[in-house]
Design a protein around this ligand. Structure first.
Ligand code: ATP
Ligand code: MG
Length: 305
């Protein structure tokens, strides 16, 4: 089936459309309460970050002069970017430029060689594993491959952060899992094993699991790669609604410039170790930089629909 850019087969979700609007009525009230708690966490997180910055409103997440090499191989060379609380940043760039490495540095899975890494308003450079675990309660990541636990069901994967936090009845947990799976477009998959799912579906489940942790910020690594266009649209709309309604902060690694166009307050374009561009998508489109122009032109050609 051919898709045109204007095909309207998927129901579009306006940013203002309530997140619970299309959920099964039996889970909607529980989900409404659950999402309300997320919004509270987000607000508290933003206040905390402000307090840490000493009343000056600082960025929620930032790279300041970050360097990272693997042996002789320089991946990041003095990279700078930021995202304010409640905003969305897209990281763009060709394969191998350090997009995933950047997210792993933000999560503390990789350490930078030098520079300042700000996460949830704190400089995490000197943080030990225990302190990082605290940070990861607030800022969660959706990995490129989903990184689900293979031996437990989809439902248990999503329930995992709920169980870890505790304080919820089994019935409430089932409802939240059901509601989250509906929200990410994989309703009714609770009893399947991750190996039964396509790559795109795994990614959706990973997003549901990330949201189950009630984060203040989510880092997505290529959320729409290997996902069909309709699912891509659904996930894009979802990220937009999470921003609009819960004020979640997001960083989205993508090479889909249309996706960035719709979602990003700012984009950072990584190229040969540098943040070659940092600004709005409109500014990027207006740039005369031949490297940026080439990337945008190629992207038009490569996009499948
Ligand atoms: N743990 C590691 N040890 C050594 N080299 C690594 C490690 N992680 C990443 N690299 C290298 O760093 C470079 C950047 O990798 P990264 O995964 O960040 O690329 P990317 O921009 O996410 O690319 P893609 O779009 O293909 O996902 C690559 O050359 C990769 O081989
Ligand atoms: Mg990557």
């Amino acid at each position: 089936m051919a898709h045109t850019p204007d095909s309207h087969e998927a129901p579009r979700h306006d940013a203002e459309e309530p997140l619970v609007a299309e959920l099964t009525p039996d889970v909607a009230p529980t989900m409404e309460a659950f999402l309300g708690e997320v919004a509270e966490h987000v607000e508290e997180g933003a206040q905390e970050a402000k307090a840490q910055a000493g009343s000056v409103v600082g960025p929620y997440i930032a790279f300041q002069h970050v360097h990272k090499s693997f042996g002789e191989f320089v991946v990041l060379d003095d990279v700078n970017f930021f995202v304010n609380a409640g905003e969305t940043l897209c990281i763009l760039g060709r394969s191998g430029v350090g997009k995933s490495v950047s997210l792993q540095i933000l999560m503390g899975f990789l350490k930078p060689d030098s520079g300042t890494v700000l996460v949830a308003g704190q400089d995490i450079a000197g943080f030990n594993e225990r302190q990082m675990q605290e940070v990861r309660r607030k800022v969660t990541m959706v990995f490129q491959n989903g990184a689900l636990f293979d031996s437990i069901t989809v439902g248990e994967n999503v329930a995992f952060p709920l169980r870890e936090r505790g304080g919820m009845s089994e019935e409430e947990m089932l409802q939240v899992v059901k509601g989250l799976l509906e929200m990410v477009g994989v309703a009714g998959m609770e009893d399947k094993l991750p190996s039964d799912l396509s790559t795109g579906m795994k990614r959706s489940v990973a997003i549901a699991r990330a949201l189950a942790a009630q984060p203040t910020a989510v880092l997505y690594d290529e959320p729409t790669t290997m996902v069909d266009p309709l699912m891509g649209q659904l996930l894009g709309d979802l990220i937009q609604r999470l921003k609009q309604q819960l004020h979640l902060t997001s960083i989205v690694v993508t090479h889909d410039t249309r996706f960035a166009e719709n979602l990003a307050d700012r984009v950072v374009f990584l190229h040969e170790g540098r943040a070659r561009f940092f600004g709005t998508m409109a500014e990027m489109r207006a740039s005369e930089d031949p490297i940026l122009r080439e990337f945008l032109a190629l992207d038009e050609l490569v996009l499948p629909y």
